[in-house]
Ligand binder design. Structure first.
Ligand SMILES: NC(=O)c1ccc[n+]([C@@H]2O[C@H](COP(=O)([O-])OP(=O)(O)OC[C@H]3O[C@@H](n4cnc5c(N)ncnc54)[C@H](OP(=O)(O)O)[C@@H]3O)[C@@H](O)[C@H]2O)c1
Length: 269
């Protein structure tokens, strides 16, 4: 496969998206990225930045059309844009929960539906969805984020079967904690309930520490490169220091995993 394939990466203005764009550009890929407001942030030169909000049908349709008008094809879509909402499951309003799923689940759905007609016509294409280890090991006080990422994983697995015979490959990356802008853009629920105050504060302080001490986001870019240059990519790729916990979850008694989770998030005194 020639290395001049066209790649579109959502959320390429920072973090994983930006690192992936930079790496793929250096490898000869023709790279396009998205941001809701590309002019507001310094851009990687050589990356074609599109103004695109994954929450909006019109914005997604417009952005994908703009790219296709320019390139005539799209080989790889990396669904990366996202944010984290923290707060107790009970504290979160339905509107806040829906907004989390709108970006982190329906965003990739919307993007994928917009590019599949082109990939089907080409008889080839690849979709890489950035989920999270939280899909497998949900983080307390981040329940709707975990739900969105778990939904993305399940949806990707079904989609993978549906499009395989059409020449389209689907994979999912499940990163642990990485030092990106995600901790800084973290949203919190408007409503709080006093009974959860102490637990929430302890858990979210541990979360902020995890982001702060997170691994280098270039590792995720390298994982994307590995997947898109692999002849036969798998469905799931865990990446980061915490990836061993995914394996341990299947091997160890549930009580041990639960105690470890409670200890990590400081849920017991
Ligand atoms: N960092 C971690 O530890 C970690 C772990 C597991 C999974 N992840 C996942 O990795 C992905 C990338 O996150 P990151 O860590 O690289 O965070 P980041 O540095 O905050 O980057 C997030 C990107 O998403 C874009 N974005 C957010 N909402 C958007 C929307 N509605 N429409 C279009 N773009 C939007 C942002 O672009 P603009 O603001 O410019 O629009 C930004 O480029 C996310 O899906 C996140 O959930 C991260």
């Amino acid at each position: 496969m020639p290395e001049n394939r066209v790649v579109l990466i959502t959320g390429a203005s920072s973090g994983f998206g930006r690192e992936t764009a930079r790496l793929l550009l250096g490898r000869g890929f023709k790279v396009y990225g998205t941001s809701r407001n590309p002019s507001a942030k310094p851009q990687e030169s050589g990356v074609g930045m599109l103004a695109l909000d994954v929450d909006s049908d019109d914005s997604v349709q417009g952005g994908v059309k703009e790219l296709l008008d320019e390139t005539g094809r799209l080989d790889i879509l990396v669904n990366n844009a996202g944010y984290v909402l923290t707060g107790g499951a009970e504290e979160t309003s339905i509107a806040e929960a829906k907004a989390q799923l709108e970006t982190d689940f329906f965003g990739p759905v919307r993007m994928t539906k917009a590019v599949l007609p082109t990939m089907r016509k080409q008889g080839s294409g690849q979709i890489v969805n950035i989920s999270s280890l939280a899909a497998v090991l949900p983080v307390p006080f981040e329940s709707y984020y975990a739900a969105a990422k778990a939904a993305l994983l399940a949806w990707s697995e079904a989609l993978r079967h549906e499009v395989k015979s059409l020449g389209i490959k689907v994979s999912v990356i499940e990163p642990g904690f990485f030092k990106t802008n995600l901790g800084n853009t973290r949203k919190t629920t408007k409503h709080t309930i006093r009974d959860y105050d102490e637990l929430r504060q302890r858990a979210t302080a541990a979360l902020d520490e995890d982001f702060e001490n997170g691994a280098d986001p270039r590792l995720v870019g390298e994982m994307v490169l590995r997947i898109i240059t692999s002849g036969n990519p798998k469905l799931e790729y865990a990446v980061g220091r915490e990836k061993r916990y995914k394996t341990l979850k299947h091997l160890m008694p549930q009580s041990i995993i639960e105690n470890g989770v409670r200890r990590h998030w400081k849920l017991d005194r």
